[in-house]
Design a protein around this ligand. Structure first.
Ligand code: BF8
Ligand code: SF4
Length: 637
């Protein structure tokens, strides 16, 4: 394929061409070489025991059950649960690490301090803690203990679910017996039910998947965001830059890649403190750039520039000007080290359970956060002199973008329009049809899809139809790269959306708000849920009744499916643009995607939200718009 067909990003295209000249394979080349297995891609391959692997052929040809007698519906539903469990475990582990870090910080064992006392107080009150007469550290300790209870307690319901979930959603989950007790217990139970000879009822397996989605949402997403805001500050609107041009030839360049900001924040801190050492080796300073969700975390809170998103994570190395790529967990391609071995770039892994052979390992723990970050920055400085000048070529494009739209920031911006009743202008605009609805554009890029193209095309189509777009994860990066996180992007918006975003922006001293609001990393999909909860409560309806949807056009990771499950459980339609690997079972497809009139048991009927699978972004937008219009009609709008 021509590099122009692999990514929309001209900087990425340039680096792909360079990689080809230099004989280096990237994820895009590996995707072209790897044929997808027809059985695996429909979810019909089971390897849950050594009697198998068993696979069910389509159209009734060949064996229609596994050796144990499991039919295709059981196999597909069970595989889907396996995927969502993996995603959930990743997010739960993320949240637990941050809870633990807060505990260590307030006990004086780790070099972090609480940055946002107002958020701490709000979270403590939300959790039902008495805040009177307690100092910051006491209160933070109690919040951390409440968080860790969500990995320990044997009775009741997740603290974070009781704190953050919409009350109408909770009633429904309670009625269906889906409420999670603690994250570890539920993940273990999910693993136990998907074992050979465990749960064989496909519908029951899918309901178990919904419980996983709730664990993901509350003990993963919400807990991570709340605790990170307490520890590092709640994001405020910030201007920053996107694309590979943020890598600077004359600087020591370090990219942070992964997810938990505990390490990334420290790298930024020490990059600032050690800049004289960089000057001593002939550099002008130290430039930290973001990749994937670590990039989002630093962008949201510190305005750190973002080099690139998931599918093109190897490209910063191919510039020949990246001294180190430091990683923690999730979405880190093992192929990075192979590419880095052709350059002077050092890949630095940091966690004992995420290593890569050939990479440097600098063990990071919260207790030795400062030591580890210094060691990492110094390694990068030392690599500056190892550059091969013949291999340096940095694309020069840079795009400006706004980020930092936490719920707190959005409410603050709306207060400039209506100080007493900040949600009113937004609700009025939705009620009048000035804003048709809202869509969360979330999730990934995937080397099998032309990078950024579906994310951008879908967003364009929605804003043209006066739908407000909020974005997170690598999707937000796609929009940032192509100007949709900047007020300039309003040229693509429908007139009424443009007018309202201009009015809110101008009330805040800006030319306008961008057509898509960047709300953060993938765990920050919690912020989107909080906004929906606030809107639903304001209107006295359920989240399922709101004219909103979620979309992940370039899906790749199990985490994205876990997040999607969480939103469907709350009654939000979720679109995926990449095959979710369930199409081998008609029953599973129907439960997840049919409208409630058309099948006896559907997520649409049980929760009010369904899965939409459509690869064409323009067609997907049409389906989403129709569902939004139907929800408007049901609300009498
Ligand atoms: O958690 S969007 S490719 S980096 S999985 Fe991964 Fe997908 Fe990016 Fe962030 Ni989310
Ligand atoms: Fe085959 Fe059943 Fe074992 Fe799966 S669990 S591999 S279907 S025998």
């Amino acid at each position: 394929k021509d590099v122009k067909d692999l990514s929309m990003d001209t900087g990425v295209q340039q680096m792909l061409a360079k990689a080809r000249e230099e004989g280096i394979d990237t994820a895009f080349d590996r995707a072209a070489k790897m044929n997808q297995c027809g059985f695996g891609s429909t979810g019909v391959c089971c390897k849950h025991c050594l009697e198998g692997p068993c696979r069910i052929a389509p159209n009734g040809k060949g064996a229609q059950t596994g050796v144990c007698g499991a039919n295709v519906d059981t196999i597909v539903a069970r595989n889907f649960l396996t995927t969502v469990t993996e995603g959930t475990a990743s997010h739960a582990e993320h949240a637990r690490e941050v809870a633990h870090a807060i505990l260590e910080a307030v006990e004086g064992k780790a070099p972090y301090a609480i940055q946002d006392e107002a958020k701490l107080k709000a979270v403590a009150q939300g959790l039902g803690l008495n805040t009177e007469g307690k100092n910051v550290n006491q209160l933070a300790k109690e919040v951390a203990i409440k968080a860790l209870e969500d990995f320990q307690k044997q009775h009741g319901t997740l603290n974070w679910l009781k704190f953050r979930a919409n009350s109408k959603s909770v009633e429904n989950w309670k009625k269906l017996g889906l409420l999670p007790v603690n994250a570890h217990l539920e993940i273990t139970k999910a693993m136990a039910r998907q074992v050979m000879g465990g749960d064989a009822d496909p519908t029951n397996l899918l309901l178990g998947t919904v419980t996983m989605g709730l664990v993901d949402g509350y003990a993963g997403l919400h807990m991570s965001t709340d605790l990170q805001d307490i520890l590092f500050g709640t994001p405020k609107a910030v201007k920053a830059q996107y694309r590979l041009g943020v890598i600077k030839k004359e600087m020591v360049n370090i990219s942070v890649h992964g997810h938990i900001p505990l390490l990334a924040e420290k790298v930024v801190e020490w990059a600032g403190k050690l800049k004289d050492e960089a000057k001593a080796v002939g550099a002008q300073g130290i430039n930290v750039v973001g990749v994937c969700c670590s990039g989002n975390e630093l962008l949201m809170r510190k305005g750190v520039p973002v080099a690139t998103n998931y599918a093109s994570q190897e490209m910063p190395i191919i510039t020949g000007a990246l001294e180190a790529m430091v990683v923690d967990i999730q979405c880190i391609m093992p192929g990075l080290q192979t590419v880095a071995s052709c350059y002077h770039t050092e890949i630095i892994t940091t966690l004992p359970y995420v290593k890569m052979s050939g990479a440097t390992h600098v063990e990071f723990s919260t207790e030795r956060a400062d030591e580890a970050a210094q060691e990492i920055v110094r390694k990068a400085i030392a690599n500056f002199k190892k550059r091969d000048p013949r291999k340096i070529s940095i694309p020069n494009e840079v795009t400006e973008a706004y980020a930092g739209f936490s719920v707190e920031q959005i409410v603050e911006a709306l207060k400039a329009v209506n100080a007493e009743d900040p949600l009113k202008p937004l609700v009025d605009a939705i009620a009048s049809g000035q804003i048709l609805g809202a869509v969360a554009l979330v999730g990934c890029t995937n080397p099998r899809v032309k990078q950024d193209s579906s994310n951008v095309a879908l967003a364009m189509e929605l804003i043209k139809n006066n739908v407000l777009v909020v974005a997170t994860g690598c999707s937000a990066h796609s929009l940032g790269k192509f100007g949709l996180l900047s007020p300039d992007g309003l040229q693509y918006a429908g007139e009424s959306l443009r007018n309202i975003l201009t009015a809110i922006g101008q009330a805040n001293g800006l030319p306008a708000l961008p057509p898509a609001l960047h709300m953060g990393s993938c765990v920050d999909n919690s912020r989107i849920a909080d906004l929906l909860n606030a809107l639903a409560n304001y209107l006295g309806v359920g989240i399922k009744d709101l004219p909103v949807a979620g979309s992940c056009p370039e899906t790749h990771h199990p985490k994205a499916l876990a997040i999607g499950t969480y939103f469907i459980a709350n009654g939000v339609d979720v679109h995926v643009g990449v095959n979710p690997q369930v199409t081998g079972s008609e029953l599973v497809v129907n439960v997840l995607t049919a409208e409630k009139e058309n099948f006896p048991v559907t997520t649409d009927g049980l929760f009010g939200g369904k899965l939409i699978y459509e690869e064409d972004p323009v067609k997907a937008a049409e389906i989403i718009l129709n569902r939004i219009k139907a929800k408007r009609k049901a609300l009498g709008l």
